[in-house]
Write a protein that binds this ligand. Structure first.
Ligand code: PLP
Length: 375
């Protein structure tokens, strides 16, 4: 008998999640949030970002994030356009004084290291790296003035601890996919940055940075140093505008609205402890299932490093591409691995907006598809 075409597999009802979006970014946007955006009708989209209609939303985002992350006095929530990738450029211009150190454990963490390596006004960065699927601690280096850490390496599904490596040197944490899914202590970072299209269930195009007083001081000092900084990448300009509840240039208003909606939803449910708990619950379901099946194993060998923000699973005896095809034909999308990893993998987001029950339904769907493909 010929092997079944994965695209022809029809999932039974109990294997169908209520929402089939498991992408690691852009990720599931809650339909309730979209409904509230639509309900603003003619009063929000299409109005000035310099007027209270929009500025009040930015204010709620800033206050809501300060509450959610229990930011101590003096910490500031800064926003700008361009997403985390653009913030790397801004950090190279406006936060690193002379030399940065980068913990590189995958595609995203390597990209920031490339930025500082290319910056002609900076010394070559120190790079501490480990192979895909593993993590490594930074090393103390007195010549380093910024330690660049990653809270969750989205390409490999590895989470790291956010801990200050040394008494000197600022700590800048790429939490693009970790923020909101993973717990963090503000005392351990100076800049904790992310973008809204991952755990915050919004759209892309914005960066958000939680900045400590030491980071604010550094931003001012570098801006005064005489280094040329392109205005759109100037962190002091971003800081000045954020204090006025606006961005330097026009932001995507829908992105702001959806971000605000998720932040307030999380705070209403109990804040970061609640949202991280949701991700913990989804992680327990998915990794627990993988431990019980002989055709799948978590890609990350160390259980403590297995991400609770997005999981990577390695398959044997079944083609992960066929699994993706079958799932996609049934409305379950974006569990493909990161494009450069090149392994027989699936990658599943576990962000707070994703229902743990839907993750459980996904495991039943995978059991079903594997069963049918085995013939
Ligand atoms: C998605 C992601 C980025 C890039 O974010 P953009 O907003 O697309 O620039 C950077 N770092 C990590 C860890 C990510 O997951």
């Amino acid at each position: 008998m010929a092997a079944p075409d994965p695209a022809d597999i029809v999932l039974p009802a109990d294997c169908r999640p209520a929402d089939g979006r498991f992408g690691s970014g852009p990720s599931k946007v809650r339909t309730e949030a979209l409904d509230r955006l639509a309900a603003t009708g003619g009063t929000f989209l299409g109005t000035s970002h310099r007027r209270d209609g929009v500025k009040s939303v930015v204010r709620r985002v800033r206050e809501g994030l300060a509450t959610m992350f229990s930011l101590p006095d003096g910490y500031e929530v800064v926003l700008g356009n361009g997403g985390s990738t653009v913030l790397w450029d801004a950090l190279a211009f406006g936060l690193v004084e002379q030399r940065s150190e980068h913990v590189v454990i995958g595609e995203f963490s390597s990209k920031f290291a490339e930025v500082t390596r290319g910056a002609p006004f900076l010394d070559d960065p120190v790079v501490v790296s480990s192979p895909p699927g593993t993590r490594i601690a930074p090393v103390v280096d007195p010549t380093v003035d910024v330690y660049a850490l990653v809270h969750n390496e989205t390409s490999t599904g590895v989470m790291c601890d956010v801990v200050r490596p040394a008494a000197t040197g600022l700590v800048a944490v790429d939490a693009t996919s970790g923020a909101g899914s993973l717990r963090v202590d503000p005392a351990e970072f100076d800049v904790y940055y992310f973008a809204p299209q991952k755990a915050f269930g919004s759209d892309g195009g914005l960066w958000v940075a939680l900045c400590s007083p030491a980071a604010v001081e550094r931003i001012g000092r570098v801006a005064d140093s005489g280094r040329w900084i392109p205005p759109s990448l100037d962190l002091r300009t971003a800081l000045d505008n954020s204090r006025l509840d606006q961005t330097y240039n026009t932001p995507a208003l829908a992105t702001l609205f959806l971000l605000c909606d998720t932040v307030e939803w999380i705070n209403d449910q109990g804040g970061l402890a609640w949202s991280a708990g949701r991700s913990d619950a989804s992680a327990a379901v998915l990794y627990g299932w993988a431990e019980q099946r002989d055709f799948v194993t978590p890609f990350v060998a160390d259980p403590a490093a297995r991400s609770h923000a997005n999981a990577t699973l390695e398959f044997t005896g079944v083609d992960a591409g066929d699994l993706c095809t079958a799932l996609r034909a049934n409305g379950i999308v974006d569990v493909e691995p990161y494009r450069k990893i090149g392994a027989n993998q699936l990658r599943v987001a576990l962000f707070p907006a994703i229902e743990p029950d839907d993750v459980a339904a996904l495991t039943r769907a995978l059991d079903h598809v594997v069963d049918v493909l085995a013939g």
